[in-house]
Unconditional design. Structure first.
Length: 322
């Protein structure tokens, strides 16, 4: 009896679907003994294709990331070799990571230090100076973080805050800015003259790519902590930052402390080429000479070349765009 009622119910459902489809002029397709409107099957098929495309996209993205991380490993091994050389020779290394917000500085620092001996490197990211520090010589709080023999210090933003962020947002006076720009090249000359290897990296990202990364920070709960009030204003003040970038390169790119520009729209390429730049800055015996240590010229640009590009943009368009 129950079986008969079930069959009768199924027939009723099938009859209802057939009646609805007939009323709408829809073709019916028999699936497992049930009449299903063709439009429903098409809609389900399209939905499944959409889901499949999303899965394939996520898988491709994961594969690309795995390949990029794998490509870094032999160069990360070279960084360990370089670190041992520094320990043996008691050489000091300072690496500056500069650039706009969301340019990829932090991610690159993590790749550089991932397999290093933590006893012989430090990552320094100084916050706002205290009232006491404001009364000191500007460079003093940075000097306190300088490396001892055999150590590397990586500055996630450095004294060049005074050349970029501070004047844009009014965090320093014109006099303070001028004093910094007048004195910084001599300061760096002394650092290098006394035997410290100084590497200055500037990560350059386009305005559209920065906007895309900011949008992802807004929607991704794992990245929201990265979004600050200054980040929110970075797009509106893009041209101001670009002007400060030009002045910084023009006045602080020197033969003893040159700038190296890392095009960082592609994070994987930026990380790999930044590591190559660091390795090339230290004269050590390489463990794998078969590796290609030559930076990609589409990613790594000298500070002098970047100035030429910016000046050409100004002549052609009346404004800087990088």
């Amino acid at each position: 009896m129950a079986s008969g009622q079930k069959q009768e119910g199924e027939l009723t459902v099938g009859a209802t679907a057939a009646l609805t489809a007939a009323e709408q002029g829809d073709q019916l397709v028999n699936v497992d003994g049930k009449p299903i409107p063709l439009s429903s099957l098409v809609a389900e098929h399209q939905d499944m294709r959409g889901r499949l495309a999303q899965v394939k996209k996520e898988n491709r993205s994961a594969v690309v990331k795995r390949r990029a991380e794998k490509a870094l490993k032999p160069f990360q091994a070279e960084l360990i070799r370089m670190q041992k050389h520094l320990e043996t020779t008691e050489k000091r290394v300072i690496i500056l990571f500069e650039g706009r917000d969301a340019a990829g500085k932090g991610g690159t620092i993590r790749r550089v230090t991932r397999y290093m001996n933590e006893k012989h490197y430090r990552v320094v990211a100084l916050g706002k100076p205290t009232e006491h520090q404001r009364t000191q010589w500007f460079f003093q709080r940075y000097i306190e973080q300088f490396p001892y023999g055999g150590e590397q210090v990586l500055f996630d933003r450095s004294w060049y805050n005074r050349a970029m962020v501070e004047p844009v947002f009014g965090f320093c006076t014109t006099e303070e800015y001028d004093n910094f720009m007048y004195g910084v090249t001599g300061f760096e000359k002394d650092i290098v003259r006394q035997g410290t290897i100084l590497v200055k990296l500037y990560f350059s990202v386009t305005k559209d790519e920065q906007a895309r990364r900011f949008e992802r920070r807004k929607t991704d709960p794992l990245r929201q902590w990265k979004l600050s009030e200054i980040d929110v204003q970075a797009q509106d003040r893009w041209d101001d930052f670009t002007h400060q970038k030009y002045e910084m390169l023009r006045r602080t790119h020197t033969s003893w402390a040159p700038w190296t520009i890392i095009r960082s729209n592609n994070k994987a390429k930026a990380r790999l080429n930044a590591i190559k730049t660091i390795l090339n800055a230290v004269p050590y015996e390489r463990s794998n000479p078969e590796l290609d240590f030559v930076p990609d010229p589409d990613v790594v640009v000298s500070g002098a070349r970047e100035l030429e590009v910016m000046e050409a943009q100004m002549l052609r368009e009346g404004r800087y765009t990088v």
